[in-house]
Design a protein around this ligand. Structure first.
Ligand SMILES: Nc1ncnc2c1ncn2[C@@H]1O[C@H](COP(=O)(O)OP(=O)(O)OP(=O)(O)O)[C@@H](O)[C@H]1O
Ligand SMILES: O=P(O)(O)OC[C@H]1O[C@H](OP(=O)(O)OP(=O)(O)O)[C@H](O)[C@@H]1O
Length: 211
């Protein structure tokens, strides 16, 4: 018999909602909830096993086919641009990418080349290329909002959810880039070789998404 279908889930913010969705479908997620340090987690009677991974690694595992499916944010998909099928918008993990600056600063004014800090250099480059605007991009690993406060950058392209981080630091959105939510992705070979099983799983996901 085939090994169980393997799904990689993004650790952290998306984890609780993803496990909630699997439980709503009817999968026993005890092993995931009580995981300790175990990394490959069985789902009893589900012919499914779960891997918990960092967002970028979810894409890597699915692209290489060592996981058949993955749950990952659209932000990571857009930044990594791997080869896989993106089948379902699962609806949770909702936030957006936005361009933000210090309140009142004139990002689009003047002729000097602006500097933009971000954890997502590819998305940022494409966003400004589409405008035909030349910018210098600086990669930052976290708390990107610091960059304009420290005068490292004129603006940031980052995830905004509630807007609290921007507000508490005197920054504001000057332009939305795009909406983000969690997606179900599928390896291209798995989609062919295990089509029926994957289609059954996708159907269960679609039926159990919170509308
Ligand atoms: N406020 C938010 N900030 C960041 N990501 C969010 C937010 N709300 C929803 N998300 C989604 O949750 C996903 C996982 O975010 P999370 O912060 O847990 O991991 P991460 O971005 O890889 O950060 P870290 O490097 O700290 O693990 C993001 O890729 C995004 O799709
Ligand atoms: O609009 P809000 O609800 O305030 O959420 C947005 C903040 O959350 C994320 O940061 P995270 O907490 O992941 O930390 P990081 O910046 O160190 O990645 C994101 O990069 C923003 O900083």
């Amino acid at each position: 018999m085939n090994r169980p279908l393997r799904i990689a889930l993004t650790k952290g913010r998306l984890e609780k909602d993803t496990v909630g969705l699997l439980e709503k479908i009817g999968y026993d997620c005890t092993a995931i909830r009580e995981k300790g340090r175990k990394l490959i987690l069985p789902v009893p009677d589900g012919n499914l096993e779960v891997v918990l991974a960092k967002a970028n690694d979810v894409i890597t595992y699915v692209e290489h086919g060592v996981c058949d499916m993955g749950v990952v944010g659209k932000d990571t998909i857009m930044e990594m641009q791997g080869k896989f099928f993106e089948l379902v918008d699962i609806g949770f993990g909702r936030c957006k990418f936005a361009l933000a600056t210090k309140k009142g600063s004139k990002f689009y004014g003047g002729f000097d080349v602006k500097t933009v800090a971000t954890k997502y250099p590819n998305i940022t480059r494409r966003f400004f290329e589409a405008k035909g605007m030349d910018v210098d991009i600086i990669k930052i690993e976290g708390s990107v909002e610091l960059a304009p406060l420290l005068e490292l950058a004129d603006g940031i392209v980052d995830i905004v959810e509630t807007g609290t981080t921007l507000k508490e630091n005197g920054l504001e959105v000057i332009e939305d880039v795009c909406p983000i939510s969690a997606r179900l992705i599928v390896n291209m070979v798995s989609m062919k070789m295990r089509q029926q099983e994957i289609e059954n799983f996708v159907k269960l996901v679609e039926e159990n998404i919170d509308k």
